[in-house]
Design a protein around this ligand. Structure first.
Ligand SMILES: Nc1ncnc2c1ncn2[C@@H]1O[C@H](COP(=O)(O)OP(=O)(O)OP(=O)(O)O)[C@@H](O)[C@H]1O
Ligand SMILES: O=P(O)(O)OC[C@H]1O[C@H](OP(=O)(O)OP(=O)(O)O)[C@H](O)[C@@H]1O
Ligand SMILES: [Mg+2]
Length: 286
């Protein structure tokens, strides 16, 4: 029988769209119609399980799924034996302590003897222990931001991204206790045959991620500036240089890192580059 791997992804929520887009960008085709909780790819030996994110670390640790995509917050909270293969760069958020806007806050001692509502009792408990704060942790599974206004707790510890949910509920963020993003996790006891398939998937994911974090750049420059320009955008091996129809000018093609983009462009212009085009890269294999 053909070996096939299983990946657990969130059925619907903050991780779902980016998880599925990443898999599609890896060229893997599958059906994910509403209500379908299991699906097999038509062109890659992988089966999908669509689950609540809370269950993903446990399924992977138990070997029910070989891989999973989950937030680091959920992974640390569930404290299961899994291997983190890769940070995925999406669903970035933080776990923070928040209190009613009207309260004065002078520091973490504020929480001594207070009650705090959260869906992350382990992460919060470990944090409070490390800070030597005794507080009562009130575990609830969702809509945590409502807790202070209904008298359930004095503060909360929950996920924050833009901060708008806190604001809409009359709360202010006072301590960030954990930073999170989506990660690809694996069962540490995976077989060698399955590991081969995982490696193929990782190769594709790396190519997609590298493509996203780099740009293809094309520009024109006087030949006298070429040395300087080549030193600014050395590219993968070295830039391509093609002569323009106009005497004394060349076209330079190279790759630059997205996060150095604006700095590079300024320096390239100062070095005499003009007609600069920057183009997205779909995949990049080094
Ligand atoms: N506002 C946000 N911005 C970015 N990432 C977020 C945000 N909220 C949550 N996340 C990340 O996405 C994960 C899933 O969040 P979501 O709100 O979809 O979970 P959920 O409601 O527990 O879903 P499920 O029904 O699967 O249990 C979180 O554990 C966190 O890592
Ligand atoms: O800082 P913000 O940008 O407002 O994001 C934070 C909110 O996002 C998440 O909830 P989500 O909207 O996913 O709904 P849920 O509570 O149903 O999971 C999280 O639980 C916070 O409540
Ligand atoms: Mg959940």
């Amino acid at each position: 029988m053909e070996t096939i791997i299983r990946i657990a992804v969130q059925k619907s929520g903050r991780l779902s769209d980016d998880s599925l887009s990443l898999i599609k960008e890896c060229g893997i085709k599958f059906y994910n119609g509403t209500g379908k909780l299991k699906s097999t790819s038509t062109n890659f030996p992988i089966e999908f399980l669509f689950l609540r994110d809370d269950d993903i670390p446990g399924y992977v640790a138990d070997g029910v799924a070989d891989l999973g995509i989950v937030g680091e917050n959920e992974l640390v909270e569930k404290n299961k034996e899994v291997t983190v293969l890769k940070k995925l760069g999406f669903s970035k958020c933080r776990l923070s302590l928040a209190i009613p806007k009207s309260e004065d806050y002078m520091g973490i001692d504020y929480f001594k003897g207070k009650s705090i509502a959260t869906s992350y009792p382990k992460i919060l408990g470990d944090y409070l222990t490390a800070k030597n704060i005794q507080a009562e942790i009130h575990e609830i599974s969702g809509s945590v931001e409502i807790a202070p206004s209904i008298g359930l707790a004095e503060g909360i510890c929950d996920i924050v991204s833009s901060g708008s949910t806190l604001m809409m509920n009359g709360l202010k963020e006072v301590e960030e206790i954990f930073r999170s993003e989506a990660v690809l996790i694996a069962d540490p006891k995976i077989s060698a045959e399955k590991q081969d398939i995982v490696n193929k998937l990782l190769f594709r994911m790396n190519a997609v991620q590298k493509g996203k974090s780099n740009k293809y750049v094309l520009l024109n420059a006087p030949n006298s500036s070429l040395d300087r320009i080549v030193s600014l955008i050395p590219g993968m091996r070295s830039p391509t240089i093609l002569p323009l129809a106009q005497e004394g000018w060349s076209s330079v093609h190279s790759v630059i890192a997205e996060d150095q983009f604006w700095e590079n462009i300024e320096e390239l212009r100062a070095a005499g580059a003009e007609g600069i085009l920057v183009v997205p890269i779909e995949k990049m294999v080094l």
